[in-house]
Design a protein around this ligand. Structure first.
Ligand SMILES: NC(=O)c1ccc[n+]([C@@H]2O[C@H](COP(=O)([O-])OP(=O)(O)OC[C@H]3O[C@@H](n4cnc5c(N)ncnc54)[C@H](OP(=O)(O)O)[C@@H]3O)[C@@H](O)[C@H]2O)c1
Length: 316
């Protein structure tokens, strides 16, 4: 089986495992990951043949993009890379409520800023990171379509939308890729969002493919977390956390028997799902990237997929 694929209708040819660069240059969210480690993660990914890197303005308020830009500049070969980033112009919290400016001028400026930080003249995938209540989503999609027309971006994406918001964003059929939370532990997107994407040739890139590390099987009920991501993630709290650990224990036993790593089974399962062409697991250490790439050697039979679905108490 080939390790490369084309992302849906975008024509973008990628290695099936990308790098989720959420921890790169993002000490605000991940205080334990230094900039040097972040750069090492990107370099390891590129050395291992990964050519899709997913970042966002929000990851360190531009710092993740800057570090990735420096590495691309140093190494060259921009045309072999697929760079995905996300817009959240003027992101701030006001009285605990997230505010962003998704207006046409703000998005046009945000693209220019990302291009400058990434030291490139086009973005392969550009996502609207979050909707807001002020700018209608069909209007946002129209702005991104203009940017695509102008050659600034190659594919249009959106993330963190409900099903209704997805429909609104895609009023004029501009959407190429959806980024949605999707893993063995979070399968809500299967109800309406994924069937709609399949019907409308919209590709799906799951975020939190390892449920923020939970599906790697190394955490216990005694672990505590100091990163903003897990402190805000309901999967890591209370009864839900204990429930999740119980399911992951079963996945661990399955992986042990198959002589592969637990994270690899979780990722291999995701790659079997309709509409998912590529996955973008994140990492805190280079060896995690190397291990995640070896997912491509893990084959799951129909019967094994069925067993895994049962472990997670979902319909097959
Ligand atoms: N659109 C959005 O709003 C949105 C939201 C979230 C994420 N994203 C994107 O999706 C990407 C992936 O999500 P994520 O990085 O947050 O979470 P994830 O991929 O579900 O989990 C990544 C974490 O799991 C652990 N891990 C990874 N590989 C491992 C391995 N082989 N063995 C053991 N542990 C391993 C590491 O954390 P520890 O070592 O600390 O356990 C790593 O940081 C992000 O990087 C970002 O690009 C997008």
């Amino acid at each position: 089986m080939s390790n490369r694929t084309t992302i849906g209708r975008t024509g973008l040819n990628v290695f099936k495992i990308g790098l989720g660069a959420g921890s790169v240059g993002n000490q605000m969210m991940y205080p334990n990951v230094t900039e040097e480690t972040g750069k090492q993660l990107v370099k390891t990914a590129l050395d291992q043949g990964i050519n899709f890197i997913d970042t966002a303005y929000l990851y360190g308020l531009g710092r993740s993009e800057e570090l990735i830009g420096e590495i691309i500049k140093e190494r060259g070969g921009r045309d072999r890379l697929v760079i995905s980033t996300k817009a959240s112009p003027d992101f701030k919290f006001v009285d605990g409520v997230m505010e962003i400016d998704n207006s046409r001028p703000a998005l046009r400026q945000a693209v220019e800023d990302s291009l400058a930080r990434l030291q490139t003249d086009y973005l392969d995938v550009y996502f609207l990171h979050f909707p807001n209540t002020k700018t209608p989503l069909a209007e946002v999609a129209g702005t991104l379509a203009e940017l695509k027309q102008a050659g600034k971006i190659k594919a249009i994406g959106v993330s963190n939308v409900t099903f209704d918001q997805l429909l609104e964003f895609n009023t004029d059929g501009h959407l190429d890729i959806l980024q949605v939370q999707y893993s063995l532990l979070v399968r809500e997107a299967e109800a309406e969002i994924i069937p709609y994407c399949l019907d409308n040739q919209i590709s799906i890139i799951p975020f939190y493919p390892l449920a923020d590390g939970l599906l790697a099987g190394k955490y216990t009920k005694n672990d505590t977390f100091n990163d903003m991501s897990r402190m805000n993630n309901p999967l890591f709290h209370g009864e839900a956390f204990l429930d999740n650990l119980y399911r992951v224990e079963r996945l661990k036993a399955f992986a042990l028997k198959k002589e592969v790593e637990t994270a690899q089974v979780a990722l291999a399962w995701l790659l079997t799902r309709p509409g998912v062409d590529i996955i973008i697991p994140g990492a805190k250490r280079p060896d995690q990237i190397e291990s995640n790439i070896r997912t491509l050697d893990v084959h799951l039979s129909e019967n094994e997929i069925h067993q895994i679905n049962e472990m997670f108490g979902m319909k097959p």
